[in-house]
Design a protein around this ligand. Sequence first.
Ligand SMILES: NC(=O)CC[C@H](N)C(=O)O
Length: 321
Amino acid sequence: MEKKISISQIKEVALEAYNEVKEQTGGKNADYIPYLANIDSKLFGLSICLMNGQTINIGDTDYRFGIESVSKVHTAILILRQYGAQKVLDMIGADATGLPFNSIIAILLENDHPSTPLVNAGAISACSMVQPVGNPDKKWDAIVQNITELCGSAPQLIDELYKSETATNFNNRSIAWLLKNYNRIYDDPDVALDLYTRQCSLGITAEQLGIAAGTIANNGVNPVTRQSVFDAGLAPKITSMISTVGFYEHSGDWMYTAGIPAKSGVGGGVMAVLPGVMGVSAFAPPLDEAGNSVKAQLAVKFIMNKLGLGVFNGDNVTITE
Ligand SMILES: NC(=O)CC[C@H](N)C(=O)O
């Protein structure tokens, strides 16, 4: 069906979503990374990026928070750019685990591959794949450059978060070396782990994440800078990965109720992609038990349901002035 939505309608619904959700008190900040426990849990921002490059920003959309697992999507895009879709499928996989993001059991159950670049195991594996293999500094530059292109502006390392995470990432260290045991680390395991930890510690704003989501929604062309960041053929690969595992063990419930592929991070960020229509991002630190921001989920879901949008709706959506 043809569906027309005006920009003012989107603005109105976004504001409504923000006001509806802002007083919610559910969830709590991640505390297994000490830095995150101390972030103001009242912060809340909502950002939408339309395909014409217009952004709609409400609340704390210029606060820099830890990107955390949302960065898994960015680096998955980087290895898709460097290796192509088939190699990423062969070397990592694109399956849901149905288990928590840091699951070691998931690796043991699927010892033939780390499932998907969007859980810790696959993300560490992805960091090991980033080219040029064997050159940690250049690999890091490639990771940051890719995120910069997707967002249209640079992220900034939050040094305190990086230190906090490095000092406490024992589970991830086990994952890196277990994957090495299964020949799924394609560079030095400690380098891969450090790159993963560092990318998770990048500070990003909700507006930047909204634009990155918009770039995926716009088939690889950044709607703001108009730069062609990745090949259009990769866009459905990345949105399929996000929809399968973006909210970990809650991904099915999420797709069923919100109808939009979205990826969360324990810093409180969520990045959601409605192909051809818009990128949406929300940020609020308190998380549910799977590590997904409570307010961000409610806000994005509100917008989707109120506007009657969804990837499975079969509508041809046009945004009008
Ligand atoms: N879900 C997340 O955001 C987890 C990211 C965090 N850096 C970790 O590895 O535990």
